[in-house]
Design a protein around this ligand. Structure first.
Ligand code: FES
Length: 124
């Protein structure tokens, strides 16, 4: 009696565990990445140091703009930061509107009507 029930239980448990893992993965790693949001409407000038690696925020949720603070993961955006290595030590303007065509550098897109009309924290 109890033997047959006990035999079925581990299989049912495994099925439940698999469903739980799948929903967990879907929750934390969405299939369709979210759109970046406008963090600020002006670039930030920073001094990059030659040979140092930086992680530029792609999602726009970081509180340490223009760099990644891990918010892309906790906000479940499905986006990842752009990792780049500075070739020389110099001051550059890094994009914060997240609409640049030359990431991570500002290309002046923040001056466009599209960006200026957008709300900070909203996607374009
Ligand atoms: S916080 Fe925006 S990419 Fe990491």
């Amino acid at each position: 009696m109890g033997g047959a029930g006990a035999l079925l239980r581990p299989a049912a448990l495994k099925l439940n565990q698999r469903r739980d893992i799948t929903s967990w993965l879907a929750r934390w790693f969405p299939q369709t990445p979210a759109k970046s949001v406008v963090a600020l409407k002006t670039p930030i000038r920073v001094e990059l140091v030659a040979g140092k690696t930086y992680r530029w925020c792609v999602c726009g949720h970081s509180k340490k703009q223009p760099f990644c603070d891990g918010s892309h993961f906790f906000k479940r955006t499905g986006l990842s930061p752009l990792k780049f290595k500075a070739k020389e030590t110099r001051v550059v303007a890094l994009c914060t509107c997240k609409a640049t065509q030359k990431p991570p550098y500002c290309d002046g897109t923040h001056r466009s009507e599209r960006v200026q009309k957008a709300e900070v924290g909203s996607p374009l």
